[in-house]
Design a protein around this ligand. Structure first.
Ligand code: FO1
Length: 307
């Protein structure tokens, strides 16, 4: 079965990793959000892309989910001592990725090509694509004004009250080379348990109308990032609340609306499945261990295969 997975950072990377443990490389393409990308210390940082790649390569920091395992912080500590900003933690190993990516971008290589090269070096055989090669910047509109995503997420610890989101540059963003074809050939698209507002919506916008629920379309399935009204990691539940929507798996399913052929929700939320018109899979969606990732991915694939 050929699958295209749509993923943001840590939660999305976990299910993508589960899928990669089961599907052969030619059957899985992972399309990753780049709206969180930003420049810091003159370097171009792609947090979600790196989180997905490090996770697939077994290089991710198991405690944070982002950044590298066995990391040290000498460079950023020194930069901080000299007066540089210290709110975004760039580890020594991780910095090498940003330095080389920035050098290549300045040379004129595009992000998808750089990602392909990096994946080869990291031993990642499945296809990982940024959603686009153009620059898209997620702006969080808050009661304290517009904030760049990382400014809101890391620097301000998601404290400002959210009023809306904007994806600057999205109108000019074309799907990365190979992404359209991967979707056209796929048996299903799986939306990983990432933040619907800031991780998945930018991808859906880039791939609209291909993934709009109106086209001839591939079947789209989503796994809820909200379990028992809360997010495992990140601000999705807080965002729903501040936008006047009760955070729940149901709210996530409604968010994707007519796009979905099926929805996966946690057993804690089994009651909510009755309110859904799409097909549902109710299971243990919490991925605490590497085995959990594979188990959930296998259950989702079996379910899609049986539908
Ligand atoms: N998240 C944090 O909460 N604090 C950090 O200092 C931080 C640094 C960081 C460095 C590289 C990287 O690839 C990711 C990093 N993240 C950090 C995670 C990132 O901000 C978010 O996980 C995503 O943008 C949301 O999906």
């Amino acid at each position: 079965m050929k699958i295209v997975a749509l993923a943001g950072g840590v939660g999305g990377a976990k299910l993508a990793h589960g899928l990669a443990q089961i599907l052969p490389p030619q059957d899985l393409t992972i399309i990753v959000n780049t709206g969180d990308d930003f420049e810091h210390y003159g370097l171009y940082i792609c947090p979600d892309l790196d989180t997905v790649c490090y996770t697939l390569a077994g290089l991710a920091n198991p405690e944070t989910g982002w950044g590298r395992v066995d990391e040290s912080w000498n460079v950023i500590e020194n930069a901080k001592r000299l007066g540089g900003p210290g709110w975004f933690n760039l580890g020594d190993r991780d910095l090498g990725t940003h330095i080389e990516r920035t050098r290549r971008l300045k040379e004129g290589q595009c992000l998808s090509e750089i990602t392909r090269n990096f994946c080869k070096v990291w031993g990642i055989e499945h296809t990982v694509l940024p959603m686009t090669d153009q620059y898209v910047h997620t702006i969080v509109e808050t009661d304290e004004g517009d904030l760049e995503f990382q400014e809101y997420f890391v620097h301000r610890r998601c404290e400002p009250h959210v009023k809306g989101f904007r994806f600057d540059g999205i109108e000019k963003a074309e799907p990365a080379p190979g992404a359209r074809e991967a979707i056209a050939e796929a048996d299903a698209v799986v939306i990983c348990p990432s933040n619907p507002w800031v991780s998945i919506d930018p991808i859906l916008r880039v791939f609209s109308p291909l993934l709009s629920g109106e086209g001839p379309g591939v079947r789209v399935f989503a796994v809820s990032p909200i379990i028992g009204g809360e997010t495992v990691k990140g601000p999705a539940a807080k965002m729903y609340r501040e936008l006047g929507i009760e955070p729940s798996a149901l709210a996530v399913a409604n968010h994707y609306g007519g796009l979905l052929a099926g929805f996966v929700l946690d057993q804690i939320d089994s009651e909510l499945s009755k309110a859904l018109e799409v097909k549902t899979l109710v299971t243990d969606t919490l991925m605490k261990s590497t085995e959990d990732r594979k188990r959930l991915a296998q259950e989702v694939l079996n379910w899609i295969g049986d539908l």
